[in-house]
Design a protein around this ligand. Structure first.
Ligand SMILES: *Cc1c(COP(=O)(O)O)cnc(C)c1O
Length: 402
């Protein structure tokens, strides 16, 4: 926990908790380190779906080449918050209205996910902006080798999914883009986002196989390959919050790939591994209780604010900050009798578990608990309205680096 976060978690009043605390100076430092690890000709786009808070998008600005958006809502939001920055528009099931909005905004890249979508894009472009050139990356659902699949929690490549084009359609779709059928559409390259939760050597193996496959395709058609987007999915280890994805190894490996292909631009679009580390969810213990041999601490809030541990099935890393305030009530505090305590939220469902069997001897009602790695896929994936508890506060700390 950074000093800014610890200080705020201890000084907020009970009724100002729970709260999301974002340390933007930590985000700045991390993004700068990621950027520094990447060689030239590797572009970094931020996948906005991981955390689209305006402050987060803005702080990342100097370190990224652009933003990946996957819906009309993200498109509108990101283009307003960080105007003028390059956008790549991906995602399955784009509506005609969303594609029209993207054409109007002049997004840098369309990640086309199906042949039907290609026809729609061409039709809308011809009608709306007949002079415009539309840059397309074809997204493919490529097979992952067994080795690169190991350890990936969210593998999407090489098995039936609604994402991207099937590799068997590759030649037909490339022909559509090169035989004059759609003169406005320019095939710039290939996109593949195949897995999430991979470490650096696995990510590199995936990137190499995407590039190899893409080169074989374009060589078969006698056309140049300008760029390949190898996606995101860099791992965040929730069981080891201090160890981070090995950006140095990954960057060096991508450098070898671009050295081998001097005309190729590579692009990556991480979300989680960029922003997970800059967010904390701070709350307080409402009650500590014994149940059938185990102890539970019920905190203000829960998985309706921080759904990540429920969706990923992990224990959210956390730290206890003993309360510094005098106990304000006439009744005594409840106190943990055992070494280990399971942190749960206020929802009336057994799934509302934030972290199991945490060492927390002596934990008392009123103590503060701060959950880490909540800067990505946390608040924005949560079912906020379930049970009608109040929303958390939001605090953006370290806004100005001075
Ligand atoms: C979600 C997503 C990303 C980002 O994935 P992370 O695991 O957050 O790095 C990148 N590209 C596409 C197409 C996605 O759907």
């Amino acid at each position: 926990m950074t000093p800014l976060v610890r200080d705020r978690a201890l000084t907020l009043a009970s009724d100002e908790l729970p709260a999301y605390l974002y340390d933007l100076s930590a985000l700045r430092g991390h993004a700068a380190a990621v950027r520094a690890a990447l060689p030239p000709r590797v572009e970094l786009y931020y996948a906005a779906k991981a955390n689209p808070e305006p402050e987060v998008l803005a702080v990342l600005g100097p370190y990224v080449d652009g933003y990946e958006v996957s819906s009309g809502g993200e498109l509108a939001h990101v283009s307003k918050v960080v105007p003028g920055r390059p956008l790549a528009f991906g995602g399955p099931g784009k509506t005609p209205a969303e594609i029209a909005a993207a054409i109007e905004l002049g997004v840098e890249r369309f990640h086309v996910e199906s042949e039907y979508e290609l026809h729609m894009l061409a039709g809308l472009a011809a009608r709306m902006a007949p002079d415009a050139r539309i840059a397309v990356l074809l997204r493919f659902n490529l097979p992952l080798s067994a080795g690169s699949l190991e350890g990936s929690s969210l593998a999407m490549g090489g098995r039936p999914t609604p994402f991207g084009l099937d590799p068997s359609q590759a030649d037909d779709v490339v022909r559509l883009l090169t035989d004059g059928t759609y003169p406005q559409l320019e095939l710039r390259g290939i996109h593949a986002h195949l897995a999430s939760g991979l470490d650096a050597p696995e990510q590199l193996a995936v990137a190499e196989s995407i590039v190899t496959w893409s080169l074989a395709l374009t060589e078969r058609h006698g056309i140049p390959l300008a760029e390949v987007n190898v996606g995101g999915g860099m791992t965040v280890d929730y069981a080891a919050p201090d160890s981070r994805f090995d950006w140095a190894t990954y960057g060096a490996g991508l450098g070898r790939l671009t050295d081998a292909h001097p005309d190729l631009v590579l692009r990556i679009e991480p979300g989680r591994a960029l922003t997970a580390y800059c967010g904390w969810y701070a709350t307080e213990v409402l009650d500590v209780k014994h149940s059938h041999g185990e102890e539970f601490a019920v905190v203000r809030g829960g998985t309706h604010h921080l759904r990540t541990p429920a969706t990923k099935g992990h224990d959210q890393p956390c730290a206890v900050l003993p309360s510094r305030q005098p106990w304000p009530h006439p009744w005594p505090r409840s106190v943990a009798q055992q070494e280990r305590v399971t942190f749960t939220g206020q929802l009336c469902t057994p799934k509302d578990v934030l972290s199991r069997q945490v060492p927390a001897a002596g934990l008392r009602a009123g103590d503060r608990v701060v959950f880490a790695l909540t800067g990505a896929y946390a608040w924005n994936i949560s079912h906020h309205d379930f049970l009608m508890h109040p929303r958390p506060g939001f605090h953006f700390l370290g806004m100005h680096d001075d």
